[in-house]
Design a binder for this molecule. Structure first.
Ligand code: ASP
Length: 582
């Protein structure tokens, strides 16, 4: 028999009933003539009571934290109630007790505010998972997946899984590689996404596909990245970008309602990629507050300030953020600290001007001409501070984009409970990689250029825009997608522009190009990062909180010790020799 009741369902209305509960010992309090045990199951905690004449009271002497118990007894009213606990009005007067398992002393405190280091939590993840906060975040993940499936199933999407042992699908990261034993010297790649297979499904006549798909990317990890992660991957045939966006809005609306009970407004606002960069310095702007970036190159076009002058003469730019007096005051010390936050983004410094009752102060003030003062007065009021970066446009945007987020946090301009879903649309096809001196795809190479720009693929690739879109909320990219190249000639031109020679095109993507020659419907789709979505819903900044068995920042699993060495026999089966050279 399982239990008769979940622990957290006990209430005053059940007084007098006999119940059987099962669970882990959260805490034992031995008051001499009275012993209490808090018993935790998946649902919550109930109190077991052993009064002085209870024959089972003796057994409790040996019971320690995390022992697994089965207790039968009568629900009785507590003499001192605990309003903090949902079951705090009652306790169980135990009439039968079984120890189902003993437990070693746990190496960590099993409670929400544990002081355990994350490494300990990851090594003993099964103990960590017993903490209600973590349980609730994993539950939120389940609820998100359930809401997704319910919504997409109801719209006649088919859930189709695609191979894990496959060929490289370029999404901008390194591949995880699996050696083949049967074809020695050949390797599978784990999918960075199901991109090519979902396109092949459209070519195969399926019109609405989805999958809760595992993706693998070998890249430098950050707090919101894991080497293996999950996408809600979707593709549709005979659609335009608006159709995919409308379907996505419905999906997100449904997820928000089912998981958090929040009604959100659709359609979501749209912002072009170029405007996002121009106004917010990033392709994933936090729209919960204003403070757009201001272009100040015109204001300072004839400046005498040497630093500004030389930047402008060298083709650079002057951009700034206006911190209005109503946002809060910034001290000299604050500005010094903010300067440190922009340096990693390439900015050499942060100049500033403050408007006060009797004019301007700050590092740039003494260089201001009358006309510059007039231009600044046009948008600055008393107490406002203008923070300025002078550098290449790219550095200005990257550093001010970051600074804007820092200021939003610091000045309390961000409502953490606001959901600012919006689309960033009209993405460029390529970005130029200065280090490698070549173009690379900004989304991925299968993205379809807008019809008007197709002819520029050879002549001016930097000016080719696409039917590409990202869904952004709270300064995070939640998902991205596009229309795809269903015309083989356009796809080939994109490969050419990426500098892939014909041989490479054939060996890497020949199967796709061939498939496109057998009649491909116009198609497009999107993929949402499941973990990012759940992090937002569960209000955590740590991706590991929403994955039952995550990896560390160095891509290891502390619980199982993966990755680990393999034996010589396995290596020789694979025809692989490990050397010390790196
Ligand atoms: N496969 C893409 C990605 O992983 C998403 C898409 O274009 O559907 O970002």
């Amino acid at each position: 028999m399982r239990h008769t009741h979940e622990n957290n369902t006990l209430s005053a209305s059940m007084i007098g009933e006999t119940v059987t509960l099962k669970g882990f010992v959260q805490k034992k309090r031995d008051l001499g003539n009275l012993v209490f045990i808090d018993l935790r199951d998946f649902s919550g905690v109930a109190q077991l009571a052993f009064y002085s004449d209870n024959p089972f009271k003796n057994i409790t002497t040996n019971i320690k934290s995390e022992f697994v118990l089965e207790a039968t007894g009568t629900v009785v009213e507590r003499s001192s109630k605990n309003p903090e606990l949902p079951t705090g009005d009652v306790e169980v007067d135990v009439t039968d007790l079984k120890v189902l398992a003993t437990a070693k002393q746990p190496p960590m405190l099993i409670k929400d505010d544990t002081d355990a280091l994350e490494d300990t939590r990851l090594k003993y993840r099964y103990l960590d998972l017993r903490r209600p906060v973590l349980r609730d975040m994993i539950k939120m993940r389940h609820e998100t997946i359930k809401a997704t499936r319910d919504y997409l199933n109801a719209q006649a999407f088919l859930d189709i899984d695609t191979p894990i042992l496959t060929k490289s699908t370029p999404e901008g990261a390194r591949d995880y590689i699996v050696p083949s034993r049967i074809q020695k010297g050949s390797f599978y790649a784990l999918p960075q996404s199901p991109q090519l297979f979902k396109q092949l499904l459209m070519i195969g006549g399926f019109e609405k596909y989805y999958q809760i798909a595992k993706c693998f990317r070998d890249e430098d990890l950050r707090s919101d990245r894991q080497p293996e992660f999950t996408q809600i991957d979707i593709e549709m045939a005979f659609v335009e970008e608006k159709d995919v966006q409308t379907m996505s809005e419905g999906l997100i609306k449904h997820i928000m309602k089912e998981t958090r009970g929040i009604d959100i407004k659709t359609p979501f606002p749209r912002l072009s990629y170029d405007d996002a960069l121009r106004l917010y310095g990033t392709d994933k702007p936090d729209m919960r507050f204003g403070m757009p970036i201001r272009n100040l190159s015109d204001v300072f076009a004839s400046t005498d300030f040497k630093v500004f002058k030389s930047v402008l003469e060298n083709g650079g730019s002057l951009q700034g953020l206006l911190v209005e007096a109503t946002h809060g005051a910034l001290s000299r010390k604050d500005i010094d600290k903010l300067t440190d936050t922009v340096k990693p983004y390439g900015a050499k410094g942060l100049a500033f001007v403050k408007k006060s009752a009797d004019g301007f102060s700050g590092s740039v003030a003494k260089f201001l001409s009358d006309s510059e003062k007039d231009a600044l007065t046009a948008f600055m009021s008393e107490g406002d501070v203008l923070l300025i970066v002078a550098d290449t446009l790219k550095v200005c945007r990257a550093s001010l984009g970051h600074l804007r987020n820092v200021l939003g946090d610091k000045l309390g301009l961000i409502d953490p409970d606001q959901f600012d879903f919006h689309w960033v649309v009209h993405w460029p096809m390529f970005e130029y990689n200065e280090d490698e001196k070549r173009y690379q795809a900004l989304h991925h190479p299968f993205t379809r250029p807008i019809d008007e720009d197709k002819d520029k693929l050879e002549s001016e690739p930097e000016n080719v825009y696409t039917y590409g879109y990202d869904l952004v909320a709270q300064g995070q990219e939640l998902g991205g997608g596009s229309m795809r190249n269903h015309n083989v000639n356009v796809q080939t031109k994109v490969f050419d522009a990426l500098g892939l020679d014909k041989k490479t095109q054939e060996s890497r993507f020949g199967f796709l190009s061939e498939a496109l020659e057998y009649g491909a419907p116009p198609h497009g789709g999107i993929a949402f990062g499941l973990e990012r979505l759940v992090m937002m819903l569960a209000k955590t900044k740590n991706i590991r909180d929403v994955i039952a068995f995550p990896k560390t920042a160095s891509a290891t699993c502390l619980l199982t010790d993966a990755p680990s060495e393999i034996g010589d026999t396995q290596l020789s089966d694979l025809g692989i020799r490990v050397t010390d050279e790196s």
